[in-house]
Write a protein that binds this ligand. Structure first.
Ligand SMILES: NC(=O)C1=CN([C@@H]2O[C@H](COP(=O)(O)OP(=O)(O)OC[C@H]3O[C@@H](n4cnc5c(N)ncnc54)[C@H](O)[C@@H]3O)[C@@H](O)[C@H]2O)C=CC1
Ligand SMILES: CC(=O)C(=O)O
Ligand SMILES: [Mg+2]
Length: 603
């Protein structure tokens, strides 16, 4: 049975802590059934009698008024009974059933939905976020029932400025935008990729307390090159190949102008764009709009925090980072983002140039080790290409196993999207690492695409490793009551704080300094004791706490760079005068927390 007393005590103390964030009485102009069908205002059976009378819904609901706590307990009961009833069925079926029950609540009653999400984030993140969100995207055209977010297609060229005013919300703070061209490690899913902005924005509400009335998931449907989808009669997107070149950019330009015109202060997060457009759009917009690319920049900060954690886990001073040999598998937007940020960190620590700092990194893509002998090398990868003359016994295109055997890296980091590529032989080769505590980061998503499983990593590379994966795995039982800790190295630890800190600072744009501040905040969050037992990141249960700290670090960095223009009533001067703790408090006060607000004045 659901423990109601525990729930009430926990949520009461949380409400008190965040009491200043509770909105005042809001007056709703809708009446009757329209209110019941609006998930923002709907309280289901929770409408008190005065509201039923005055909002014209008396008689439209069963007579008994059910409290929020009872509704919560009822939902959790049905969720747990779904778990029991689907026990033993294939994982995909169970996960989709769980997603459906949560999605139905999301569609019906947002307050209750976000409350159960916040309180049970560890259980529900794998459903609304990776890995299940990947399965949802793959099946989106069949799962589609109600629209969520906005869709701008190549057919809407010239219309976007007026379309943006079709969005019913007055104010939008956070937008997550995709073109569906590289959804997790699942490739081009066209319009079906909308599941990703929806899932990311759910994390924004849960972790950063962004008001769900002010979020906007967006799909830019500029076609798909996925033949299976083009031939699927249920496919809901444009049935045409992806636009390229100037045609493509003109669509993204038009969208960005439209958004900026209606909501000049909204933050735009680019998500799951294929590499060429990920880099190109970041360069194109980063000084014009308040935007960032999560796969390049959010991932980089989380990975850097993990890499610094592995140095501490070895009992070494942070500065020893400059001596770590790191093999990165995957030279895409995520892998290159990580390398660029890691190189900046090494240069700062060692006082070296970037080119010297790059020596310790080895980059592998689908054609093997990248060296200067590579023809048609991608310009973004070129700075990391090795000089073959400086490599003993390793040639252009050397395979992963050869590289691991020769280099004996301290860290093996996968962002390739290729499931199982860290196979038994590769993992066993990591036993010969030069590190006393080698690290394996299998960061690709969803679970199927992880470079290895947690169990295989501890089994083949040894019990002494530090392990992290992009999607969650259970901790691994090592025998004798010991467990191998599984970290989740996922950009969810940073993007909510980057967005929230940027929003509340009123920054004109998002700089490298702000992103570095976010990464440093995450890197210093764990104690030495935790890190030495292999725990690199906080538990997802405390994601709201860590997000508040990351948000404060980002805001303070914007202030120090003179980019903060303030937010709402709080101007740049007040932001500048805040001490660190005051900034964290300010951030927390501005986090939305779901409770039923009165919908009518009390007379
Ligand atoms: N944990 C996290 O927070 C994040 C994880 N990711 C994951 O990283 C993966 C890659 O994302 P992007 O870099 O954006 O993709 P991308 O498509 O830009 O890059 C993929 C890279 O992997 C390389 N690759 C493909 N097959 C390979 C093989 N057999 N051996 C070695 N390299 C190979 C490709 O050559 C390319 O360089 C995806 O699975 C994504 O879900 C991405 C962002 C954040
Ligand atoms: C986590 C994430 O952003 C990705 O896998 O693309
Ligand atoms: Mg992504």
């Amino acid at each position: 049975m659901w423990n109601l007393a525990k729930f009430t005590a926990a949520s009461l103390s949380r409400s008190r802590r965040l009491s200043t964030a509770i909105p005042g009485p809001c007056i709703v102009h809708k009446r009757g059934a329209d209110i019941l069908h609006d998930p923002w205002f709907n309280k289901d059976t929770g409408f008190p009698l005065t509201e039923r009378d005055r909002l014209g819904i008396r008689g439209l609901l069963p007579p008994r008024v059910i409290s929020f706590e009872q509704q919560y307990a009822r939902f959790m009961e049905s969720y747990r009974s779904l778990e029991r009833n689907t026990h033993g069925q294939p994982d995909g079926i169970v996960s989709l059933a769980k997603w459906r029950i949560l999605n139905r609540l999301h569609d019906r009653n947002e307050t209750l939905y976000y409350r159960v999400l916040i309180d049970n984030i560890k259980d529900f993140a794998p459903i609304i976020y990776t890995p299940t969100v990947g399965l949802v995207c793959q099946n989106y055209s069949g799962l589609f029932r109600r629209p969520r977010g906005m869709y701008f297609s190549a057919k809407d060229k010239g219309e976007m400025m007026s379309m943006i005013y079709n969005w019913p919300g007055q104010q939008v703070d956070m937008i997550v935008l995709t073109d569906g061209s590289r959804i997790l490690g699942l490739g081009d899913l066209g319009v079906q990729g909308i599941g990703i902005p929806i899932g990311k924005l759910d994390m924004y509400v849960a972790a950063a307390g962004i008001n769900p009335q002010r979020i906007l998931p967006v799909m830019l449907d500029i076609g798909t090159n996925n033949e299976k989808l083009l031939n699927d009669r249920l496919y809901l997107g444009l049935r045409q190949p992806r636009l390229e070149g100037e045609e493509y950019l003109s669509i993204v330009d038009e969208f960005m102008e439209a958004v900026h015109t209606r909501w000049p202060k909204a933050i735009v997060q680019f998500e799951d764009f294929q590499m060429k457009w990920a880099f190109e759009t970041l360069q194109r917009y980063r000084k014009r709009f308040c935007m960032f690319n999560d796969d390049i920049q959010g991932t980089a900060g989380v990975a850097l925090a993990g890499l610094l954690g592995t140095v501490r886990a070895q009992g070494r001073p942070l500065r020893d980072f400059i001596n770590q040999k790191i093999v990165v598998v995957g030279a895409g937007s995520a892998g290159l983002g990580v390398l660029n940020m890691a190189v900046q960190a090494v240069s700062r620590m060692a006082g070296n140039s970037d080119s010297t700092a790059r020596n310790q990194f080895f980059l592998i893509d689908k054609d093997g080790l990248i060296t200067k002998e590579r023809t048609n090398i991608d310009p973004a990868a070129a700075p990391f290409a090795k000089d073959p003359r400086e490599l003993e016994g390793l040639n252009e295109g050397a395979n992963l196993l050869e590289v691991v055997k020769k280099v004996r890296p301290h860290v093996l980091l996968g962002l390739s999207g290729v499931g199982g590529i860290f196979n038994e032989e590769v993992l066993k080769a990591m036993r010969e690492s030069d590190s006393s505590k080698p690290a394996i980061f299998a960061m690709s998503n969803p679970t199927m695409n992880a470079e290895c499983t947690a169990a295989d990593a501890f089994k083949y590379a040894g019990e002494n490793i530090v392990f992290a994966s992009g999607s969650p795995f259970e901790n691994v039982a090592l025998g004798n009551g010991k467990f191998g800790h599984v970290n989740q190295a996922n950009n969810m630890y940073l993007f909510p704080g980057i967005g929230l800190g940027s929003l509340l600072s009123g920054a004109r744009y998002i700089t490298d300094g702000m992103l570095q501040a976010a990464a440093e905040c995450l890197a210093s969050y764990m104690t030495d004791e935790e890190v030495q037992s292999g725990i690199l990141y906080p538990s997802i249960d405390s994601i709201r706490e860590i997000t508040a700290e990351v948000g404060a670090a980002v805001l303070r960095s914007a202030v120090s760079e003179n980019l903060a223009e303030g937010h709402g009533d709080v101007g740049p001067r007040e932001l500048r005068l805040m001490a660190k703790e005051e900034t964290i408090e300010y951030i927390k006060r501005n986090m939305w927390f779901p409770i039923y607000s009165p919908l009518v004045h009390e007379k």
